[in-house]
Design a protein around this ligand. Structure first.
Ligand SMILES: Cc1cc2nc3c(=O)[nH]c(=O)nc-3n(C[C@H](O)[C@H](O)[C@H](O)COP(=O)(O)OP(=O)(O)OC[C@H]3O[C@@H](n4cnc5c(N)ncnc54)[C@H](O)[C@@H]3O)c2cc1C
Length: 380
């Protein structure tokens, strides 16, 4: 067993930490308040190679491993989970999906620009009536020979208005159920493709969440990813890796809140001493530190599994389930340690607490992770 990180991995972690401090921290409260997309910061993350971290250099990416990626996700999420979800969707769902399953033509046309951060992408699976139950796709992609005609609505799409490229899951042949589903590449501006209003959210308010409406959108057949009927498998495979990114996001939110609470406890005085000298507070920090370290091991293990060609469905689901619970528990305690100051915006922990909740919902709720985990452990 080797817990040692390489020099390159440590350098990229350091770069992400610096970027988060100098570029994300200023303005993070304001962006949250105004629900403002971090346009400038996303551009800079593209220049740093954070938007195509695992994509090979040949297609405009940084060619790094998943371990480096989760460490960057952790560092960014400590400060700004709205920025990190943009990184997560573009890397794990869009770029990884296209590089792994796309045609050479699709990679040349779309992946290069996505991985270099010139444009960003969105992953469109959820619908008003198909969230956890993703097989109930109502969006249709009718086969018309050399193209598909797409109709329907997608809900809650991250990067909904900021993206240029959308990977859309749609039903072509309902009789074949999930085996009749396809994944198609749509572009913003295709006739009949409308973007709905922005969602007003509890957390990750700087990210851009919209519904999408498709009215007879004509999509060329060369924009289908994989064989006919591969769309559902594509979505599941892609989400299995995506969960590792969201687990890292949850870990980052937890460790960001913990670091703030620890520092605060060393300066805030009550009853003649710094509050960290009260055992009730010190024990909260001990619990937080222990749980965060356990979550970090799980996240790194899942990333390592992916890098080493091992199955990562189980380790990724466990990492997301656990890290997202740690994110909730830790941020609630961080607010508690800050007392009244925890409840106001300038101390950051109330935002982290609101941001934490989404990690238990998207890319498979905690209940869905338990279904994945229990199925896996029961099959032996
Ligand atoms: C901010 C935000 C961003 C998002 N970004 C994207 C995106 O970019 N792309 C995308 O495709 N989707 C996105 N989503 C959608 C997200 O993935 C779904 O909301 C999520 O999968 C849950 O689906 P649902 O909302 O329909 O809840 P439902 O499926 O209706 O679930 C409601 C509740 O029932 C539980 N439940 C459902 N089925 C079971 C079961 N079999 N056993 C036990 N419990 C069950 C769930 O766990 C949950 O607690 C986003 C959502 C949000 C809020």
């Amino acid at each position: 067993m080797d817990f040692k990180l390489s020099e390159e991995q440590l350098l990229i972690k350091e770069a992400a930490r610096d970027f988060a401090k100098t570029e994300l921290l200023p303005g993070v409260i304001e962006r949250d308040e105004k629900q403002e997309f971090p346009t400038e910061q996303v551009k800079k993350m593209g220049e740093l190679g954070f938007l195509g971290m695992m994509t090979s250099a040949e297609y405009g990416g940084s060619g790094m491993d998943t371990v480096s990626y989760v460490m960057v996700m952790e560092e960014l999420s400590k400060v700004d989970a709205s920025a990190s979800v943009i990184v997560s969707v573009n890397n794990s769902l869009v770029c990884w999906g296209l590089e792994t399953y796309g045609t050479e033509e699709q990679k040349q046309k779309y992946l290069k620009r996505l991985a270099s951060g010139e444009i960003i992408g969105a992953f469109c699976l959820s619908e008003p009536e198909a969230g956890s139950d993703a097989t109930s796709q109502k969006t249709t992609a009718i086969d018309k020979g050399d193209h598909y005609i797409v109709n329907g609505t997608k809900n809650w799409i991250t990067n909904g208005n900021s993206a240029d490229v959308y990977l859309v899951i749609a039903q072509t042949d309902p009789e074949k159920k999930h085996k009749g589903i396809n994944a198609l590449i749509l572009e913003k501006g295709m006739p009949g493709f409308e973007i709905g209003p922005k969602e007003q959210k509890l957390g990750i308010r700087g990210s851009d969440t919209h519904s999408l409406i498709f009215n007879d959108v004509k999509v060329p057949k060369e924009n289908r990813i994989g064989e006919d009927g591969f769309g559902f498998k594509f979505a599941m495979k892609t989400l299995a890796g995506g969960r590792i990114g969201i687990a890292a996001q949850a870990l980052g939110i937890a460790s960001g809140a913990y670091e703030l609470a620890k520092e605060y406890s060393k300066v805030r005085k009550a009853f003649g001493t710094e509050i960290c000298n009260h055992q009730a507070i010190a024990f909260k920090l001990a619990d937080m530190h222990t749980q965060i370290e356990a979550a970090r091991h799980m996240v790194l293990k899942a990333a390592w599994d992916k890098d080493n060609g091992n199955d990562y469905d189980l380790s990724g689901a466990m990492a997301k389930l656990y890290a997202s619970q740690v994110a909730m528990d830790t941020t609630i305690e961080a607010v508690q340690i800050h007392g009244g100051n925890g409840y106001v915006k300038e101390y950051h922990v109330e935002r982290l607490m609101r941001d934490a909740k989404i990690t238990q919902i998207y890319e498979g709720t905690s209940e869905i992770q338990k279904i994945v985990i229990s199925r896996s452990v029961l099959k032996d």
